[in-house]
Design a protein around this ligand. Structure first.
Ligand code: BG6
Length: 512
């Protein structure tokens, strides 16, 4: 990007900022080190942080799991996966060599106290060897059923330092889904807060680490022209879409236990909705932002059993039941569309339509604010007035990250004709740089002790409270109450019922 004619080097600036704010060295212990998340996301993210000089030189990564191989073999494995999944390509041999030298492993059973005694010993040894001073980041990248057992064992082995303000610190990152329903989420929260202080718990939702999701707040509160429009007086409805073209891939068993509501809606979509709808916080502090988000979630109008068939559509892609790990008679939805209302002064009466699904036409995550139509068409002829489209402001989360505003323009020529055109901002073109991957951002936040982009206890429970009645109604399996579970063709837009739900309100989904 040019600033006063000078080409600005964003990468160098970023590296300088990251390095200047480098956290204290620590040991990052990854529970579930042989899993997909560790290989595809966590190790590549840590490598990229090392590459950018953000990972303190003395930090260590310790992979822990029952079947993790010896360090040398593990390093060779993660070198391959990092080469494949890293944000930056190709792998920098020099950086990798330095980084890999700080990767170690320990095989142990997640539910065996003896393994935690070995972990304690290894950590003390690593502290001595690398000067990590007792700072620990425990990352729970395991199936959710293991979370409580790991926390209990960490405590039992004396591995959790009290939450003092100085060193050494202990922080625990807990992956989603956080619980299986409201009751189990509350139980997990109760247990986690009996073992740790809330300030040590980092409930991760990687959407909150996405550059474009963070930009929702900057866009809203760093500009004065949008705020007066951001309410029920001008906005007709909002569409939030998280469409994926991929299926369940190698996660059939996990997915079949969870489905789209627990996998994506309870967390990612609820968080995005809260950021879009919240009031301005008193400051950009972690709790100030999280207070405002919680208020939105608290204002959601409950979807009762009687509303489900009208306000929620569920679908399953054809072929899902033959995916590995999926039950042959599975009724787990892989698609959901829902109509949601926020009962507060700003939003009352404005429908927020949410949809998420797998194996759809394309990968697209975006938030589209549809403004009200003009109150009266001045252009006389019906055929011109019919061409007038309401304004749409779209925040594109991925791919093609950017923001666009659709508005009406005169088509050049003698005759009066109109068309919708777009004013477009494209991240990649404007900044000429690649943003940090969400996991990079969130790992470094956690090392710095900044919980702003993590979900707080109340938000997690409020989101469950909202989706739970829908899940329970689905569980009854009575289609007249819960709505049918419709099959949709892979590569399509999802079930026709989702389009019908909007057309009943006179709206249309944005094309995928
Ligand atoms: C994860 C879900 O949280 O988010 C996956 O478990 C989903 O099922 C993924 O594919 C989508 O993330 P992204 O960053 O690709 O939009």
């Amino acid at each position: 990007m040019d600033t006063d004619g000078v080409r600005f080097d964003w990468h160098a600036a970023d590296q300088a900022v990251l390095a200047a704010r480098a956290p204290e060295p620590c040991v990052v212990v990854i529970f579930g080190a042989t899993g997909d998340l560790a290989h595809r996301k966590l190790i590549p993210a840590l490598y990229n942080l090392a590459r950018d000089g953000a990972l303190p030189a003395r930090s260590v990564v310790l992979g822990f799991s029952r079947s993790v191989p010896a360090a040398d073999t593990f390093r060779a494995q993660v070198q391959q996966t990092t080469a494949r999944f890293s944000r930056t390509q190709p792998l920098d041999a020099e950086v990798w060599k330095g980084f890999a030298g700080r990767v170690d492993t320990l095989a142990g059973a997640l539910d065996d106290p003896k393994s935690y005694a070995s972990l304690q010993e290894r950590l003390m040894h690593l502290d001595e060897q690398h000067g990590t001073s007792g700072n620990r980041l425990f990352y729970l990248a395991t199936p959710p059923s293991e979370f409580a057992s790991i926390l209990g064992n960490l405590q039992g082995a004396g591995l959790i330092a009290p939450p003092t303000s100085g060193a050494p610190w202990t922080r625990v990152v807990i992956e989603k889904p956080f619980g299986h329903d409201l009751e189990s989420a509350k139980e997990l929260n109760r247990f986690a807060t009996s073992v740790l202080d809330e300030s040590q718990i980092y409930r991760i939702d990687h959407y909150l680490g996405k550059e474009t999701v963070q930009n929702i707040l900057v866009f809203r509160f760093g500009n004065s022209i949008f705020e007066p429009l951001w309410n029920r007086k001008t906005i007709d409805h909002v569409q939030i879409t998280a469409a994926e073209d991929i299926g369940v891939e190698r996660r059939g068993r996990f997915y079949d236990d969870n489905g789209v509501m627990r996998d994506v809606v309870q967390n990612h979509l609820m968080q995005v909705l809260a950021l879009c709808a919240m009031e301005q916080p008193v400051s950009f502090g972690a709790d100030e932002i999280r207070d405002e988000k919680a208020k939105v979630l608290r204002s959601l109008r409950p979807i009762t059993r009687e509303d489900v068939a009208q306000q929620v559509v569920r679908g399953q892609y054809e072929g899902y039941r033959t995916e590995a790990g999926v039950a042959a008679d599975s009724r787990t939805p892989t698609y959901v569309a829902m109509k949601v209302f926020i009962d507060n002064w700003r939003w009352t009466g404005v429908p927020f339509y949410l949809r998420a699904g797998k194996k759809l036409r394309k990968r697209m995550t975006e938030i589209a604010f549809h403004f009200q139509p003009v109150p009266f068409c001045l252009f006389g002829r019906d055929e011109v007035c019919q061409l007038l489209q309401p304004n749409v402001l779209t925040l594109r989360v991925q791919p093609d990250e950017g923001i666009s505003l659709q508005f009406c323009s005169k088509v050049p020529g003698d005759d009066l004709s109109v068309a919708s055109v777009n004013m477009d901002f494209d991240y990649a073109r404007a900044f000429d740089k690649q943003p940090l991957d969400a996991y990079e951002r969130l790992l470094i936040d956690c090392m710095r002790g900044d919980a702003t982009r993590f979900a707080r206890r109340d938000a997690v429970e409020l989101a469950w409270k909202f989706v739970d009645p829908v899940l329970q109604t689905w569980d009854t399996q009575e289609d007249d109450v819960a709505g049918p579970l419709t099959e949709y063709a892979p590569g399509s837009d999802g079930p026709a019922e989702a389009a019908q739900m909007l057309s009943r309100d006179g709206h249309r989904w944005r094309p995928l």
